[in-house]
Design a protein around this ligand. Structure first.
Ligand code: AMP
Length: 396
């Protein structure tokens, strides 16, 4: 069977066509600048390296049409017709409290996703546009919604309630939701497999360290706490996001700089994190390089970043009353040995010991702790698209 995985952003559409028999990627691509000048599809298949195809894409329906046309193209396509796509899996950012697992999409589901738009105003409307575009162009193909928040719906109240008046939860559902659920779920399953223990008996801390980053405590296969909150702004220091700060900083800065709350929020989302701290870049490759060249602010940034990751790990060890595995994943987690080692250095007291040779290599998935280490430390390549394809197939 073949599953088309779609991830719609406000002006982009990412896709992968996955062959479920061997879980290989037949084709993948990214439609960029949808609705603006210079829109294009960057496309590759198991046979063709990256191809840039310029085309005027005025909306997401145009983008889905282009994806279908390209996938079925005689020269560069990988399927004969649309009939070869057995199902579509959509990544949906926010499912609120309505969705604790993936679901087959129908009119009721679309309404329930719409009801969560307030909670993710930048993402959910774009995700819905993707669903509607696919519905229009492939009305007979089954579609499944896979939510970033669903995996975290197992968190207990004590982990998801904020210390603010209860009426805001009652009225507006203000609570911790958490994100990157597809990745945390995929990586925790893979980690259990790698250490040869049943998931149902494993205490895992997944560090999804990308541009956006979150850490999750996964106890016996269930998320029991996670660092992102109502929105993806909470938690550790990220590429451009501040992570958790004293909430009073918002009004303090608004008053000092004579700017609105929304402007402060924009700064916290787009100009903060390691970008704002270092003044160099949001890309950890640039920060690492600057630090190695002796730049002191880069070193301070890196120290603060690793410390913030370590503090969350420490608190989740407490939350689970122990830990079997710490797993690093996503762009930074998979590619930055310095950060992995530095973060783990805070857990020497627990008997965590990194194997420098294993840590410095970049293999697909690897155990990077020594045989003696009391806690296994892993590097796991996340694969959100594959997880979405698996969930989609399971439901159809
Ligand atoms: P993500 O959001 O998961 O795509 O992660 C983006 C971050 O991963 C960027 O800040 C990069 O610095 C980091 N990253 C991606 N690839 C590499 C690499 N090959 N080496 C080091 N860092 C990388």
């Amino acid at each position: 069977m073949k599953v088309l995985v779609i991830n719609c952003g406000s002006s982009s559409l990412k896709f992968q066509l996955i062959n479920s028999e061997d879980e290989s990627v037949l084709a993948k691509g990214l439609c960029e600048r949808i609705g603006s000048e210079g829109s294009r599809l960057v496309y590759s298949t198991h046979k063709i390296d990256k191809k840039e195809l310029d085309k005027d894409l005025k909306d997401h329906t145009d983008a889905v049409q282009m994806v279908i046309d390209t996938l079925t193209d005689k020269e560069i396509g990988v399927i004969e017709s649309l009939k070869d796509v057995d199902a579509v899996g959509h990544r949906i950012v926010h499912g609120g409290e309505n969705f604790s697992k993936s679901v087959v999409i129908d009119d009721e589901v679309i309404k329930a996703i719409e009801a969560c738009n307030d909670l993710a105003p930048l993402h959910n409307p774009a995700n819905l546009i993707g669903i509607k575009a696919c519905e229009k162009l492939m009305p007979h193909t089954k579609m499944v919604a896979v939510f970033d928040t669903a995996f975290h719906q197992t968190m207990p109240e004590k982990a998801y309630m904020y210390g603010i008046p209860y009426e805001y939860y009652d009225e507006y559902k203000v609570r911790r939701y958490g994100f990157h659920g597809t990745s945390h779920s995929f990586v925790s399953e893979r980690a259990a497999e790698m250490i040869g223990k049943p998931l149902s008996e494993t205490k895992t801390i997944v560090c999804h360290l990308g541009n956006g980053a979150s850490i999750t405590a996964v106890k016996n296969g269930k998320s029991v706490d996670t660092s992102m909150g109502l929105t993806p702004l909470e938690g550790i220091i990220m590429g451009t996001r501040s992570g958790s700060i004293d909430p009073a900083i918002i009004s303090f800065l608004a008053n000092k700089e004579n700017i609105s709350v929304n402007e402060v929020m924009d700064i916290l989302n787009k100009k903060s994190g390691v970008l704002g701290m270092s003044g160099i870049s949001s890309d950890f490759r640039d920060i690492t390089k600057a630090m190695e060249e002796g730049n002191e602010r880069a070193k301070m940034t890196m120290d603060a970043y690793c410390y913030s990751v370590a503090k969350y790990i420490g608190s989740y060890i407490t939350a689970m009353n122990g830990v079997d595995v710490i797993a690093f994943t996503a762009g930074v987690g998979e590619n930055n040995p310095y950060i992995r080692k530095e973060v783990c250095s805070y857990f020497k007291y627990l008997g965590v010991e990194i194997d420098d040779e294993a840590n410095s290599q970049r293999t697909e998935d690897a155990v990077i702790s020594t045989d003696k280490s009391k806690v296994k430390v892993l590097l796991v390549a996340t694969n959100e698209e594959l997880k979405i394809a698996r969930e989609t197939l399971a439901l159809i």
